[in-house]
Design a protein around this ligand. Structure first.
Ligand code: NCD
Length: 317
């Protein structure tokens, strides 16, 4: 794994949350809270990153993550350019690095990358010039660090300190980068319990999510929990896994009001989106009083402002 920090200890790249210390996570969350605004309020704006140029390189579909990285950069005064480039298929050849070096010659300071191939992020980060930062916007099934941070921020806003909480991550955990980054950040923040709830085919390998109680039914997995994180089935990563169809999945693993009633009465319901109503979650729950799904979206911009400022602030100061 590539070193994410500079020689002075400051954060330069963000590719995984796994190697971050608790105080680094805490300071990113504190700064994110500074930028967070309730829905309907005016967003914050600053000129902290004036003169910084950010490239969004997304080779997998994205709505929220790309738009929120773009808004985050602009709201800090940076220039943001969205580029259509191929990365994965070129990973082993020099042409991928040619693309990166070309962009560097155009004075890009930050590359925000989403890609389906494991390793692309570290590969780019290990070849960029010393002043350039690489941020993950989602790497294969492995990692989605800004999503993990926004999930932690959302929980804190609604439930306070994460330490006493029991959190259930539900659905296609095996193929989910959202689940992996959530697990990492909740573990660093010392959540009391992180449960994983999934059909056997969508459970991760035993070597992953160590220490997490595993449940194959929602009825048991949701008993008494404070936070429920629902996940989409990652159809694009399933290959030959046999999966029940939507109706059958909903019958066994969909979050309905009857199942939600098993959780703590003040439990919150989360989903990173895109959401399949009627498959992993009932529509009335997604829009219901316990859902914090829309505040997750707003927090996405705040967290990405904090991360951009942290890695690129030093370039202009
Ligand atoms: C997720 C992703 O792309 O990993 N979406 C997101 O960034 N909010 C989740 C998903 O695609 O299911």
């Amino acid at each position: 794994m590539i070193e994410q920090r500079r020689a002075d200890g400051s954060l330069r790249h963000l590719i995984t949350l796994d190697s971050l210390r608790r105080d680094e996570i805490e300071s990113l969350l504190l700064r994110s809270q500074h930028f967070a605004r309730a829905i309907g309020e005016r967003p914050p704006s600053a000129s902290t990153l004036q003169g910084v140029t950010i490239a969004n390189l997304f080779t997998e579909p994205s709505t929220r993550t790309r738009v929120s990285f773009e808004l985050a950069g602009r709201r800090l005064g940076a220039e943001v350019v969205n580029l259509e480039v191929q990365l994965s298929s070129r990973v082993k050849g020099e042409s991928m690095l040619d693309t990166i070096f070309t962009l560097q010659a155009l004075h890009f300071d930050v590359f925000v990358i989403r890609d389906a191939e494991p390793g692309v992020l570290s590969h780019v980060a290990s070849h960029v010039a010393p002043g350039v930062s690489v941020l993950s916007a989602g790497e294969a099934h492995l990692s989605h660090p800004t999503q993990g941070l926004l999930d932690a921020l959302t929980i804190r806003q609604h439930k306070g300190d994460i330490e006493p909480l029991s959190i259930a991550i539900v659905g296609d955990i095996r193929h989910s980068r959202v689940a992996r980054s959530a697990f990492q950040v909740f573990r660093i923040l010392q959540a009391r319990e992180i449960r994983i709830v999934a059909p056997p085919a969508l459970m991760p390998e035993p070597s992953e999510f160590t220490g997490c109680p595993r449940f194959e039914t929602l009825e048991q997995g949701l008993e008494g929990v404070d936070v429920i994180m629902m996940l989409r089935i990652q159809k694009e990563r399933l290959a030959d896994t046999k999966m029940p169809d939507g109706e059958e999945y909903f019958a066994r693993y969909g979050l309905t009001s009857a199942r939600l009633a098993r959780a703590h009465p003040q439990a919150i319901v989360m989903h990173p989106q895109p959401m399949n109503r009627g498959i992993e979650i009932a529509s009335d729950i997604a829009d219901g009083p316990q859902s914090v799904i829309r505040s997750q979206v707003s927090n996405g911009v705040a967290v990405r402002m904090a991360v951009l400022e942290t890695v690129a602030g030093a370039l202009v100061s």
